[in-house]
Design a protein around this ligand. Sequence first.
Ligand code: GLY
Length: 424
Amino acid sequence: MKILILGSGGREHAIAWRLSLDSSSSRIFIWPGNDGMSGEKLELIDRPFDQESFTSLVTKLGIDLVIPGPEKFLYQGVVDWCLGLDVPCFGPGAQASSLEKSKLFAKILMQEAGVPTSPFRDLTAALSRGMEEVNSLLKEFRKPVIKISGPSLGKGVFVCDSVDDASEVLRKLAQAPQPGMEDGVLVEEAVCGKEVSMFFACTNEAFTYLGSAQDHKRVFDADQGPNTGGMGAIAPVPWVSEEFIRDIGERFVTPTLELMVKRGTPFRGVLFLGLMVGPEGTNLLEYNIRFGDPETQVILPLLDGDFSDFLLCCARQEAIPKLTILPAAAVHVVKAARGYPGVFGAPIEAGQLITWRDSEYASAKLFFAGVKRSKEGLVTNGGRVLGFTAWAPTAAEAIRNCYALLPECKFQGEHFRRDIGQNL
Ligand code: GLY
């Protein structure tokens, strides 16, 4: 099977590596990939991406399966392009991608499907009429969270301490509209508790559980400092029981998939639920419509079976084959460049030479993300530069093994968290 993966980060490296282990995969193309990705079956595609070049390349190479990594390809409609080419693509079409693209769409759908989520209000119309109406709507909320509905480059969520704070945030947004506000603005009640990410492979109303993970979003230990794309992850989350998984399937996944089918926009691909488990019970924070980064780097090493064939069957809407989740744990630690995550325009250092031991590990893997080849060798070229994943029978062993490997790959200015997988 010839597979095309779209994207260039650590998640895409992990997908390519995992698929390369399968006997059913023969060639794996990554578009554009990064210069740290290498392997017997892997080939990078170096050309600008648009519908025309995608169509011609998929046809010329005889691609059997397309796997988009980041959501931007799904928003662009890659799955719909593939439909026209009769090539299976593992992901939702552009319309079903609204589950992640539009926070208002997602909240309205959760409400209609009866999926537990915190109370919310659409503020879009009120905001256009003035702050008096906005302030009156805000009074319904104890701890308001303001959200820009559309894609906002990770800058669209404002957790406020009071209604006055929320009002101030909205006043500023009204004065200086930000990306994503064309889709609207909403307020929701904050929920507290423990966060968990749950992954399900779906095709129409059928789904299969792929695993749970916990991302570590803050840049510094003990969840301090600004948010990042994710500084590391562990899988599975130790307190996620069989009963919890069944409950999430019944009360969150099934009603979502059934409603999407009923609306004529069936969901296919990975449904990645961001959940909060706390005193108010379990609430859905958000839908994502793709694999997580860096959650993928810990979910995939624990999946046993032919994953390429599994994804192909899902994309073809055939019966979903069995896949075993190994009774083990995996930990991933990201090494980031000096300056990352670059808040308030702070520069993120690039061009630092990376040194590493080019080895194959029995129960670990080095995944590259923000890197590129230079005359001197591989250099840093992004915020999250690379990360090690280690897996072992227990979480404690996986954590120990992962941290023991970190010194094997280094660059000037690197920083990483020392508490990944702990304090869950
Ligand atoms: N790690 C969070 C995400 O992929 O959205």
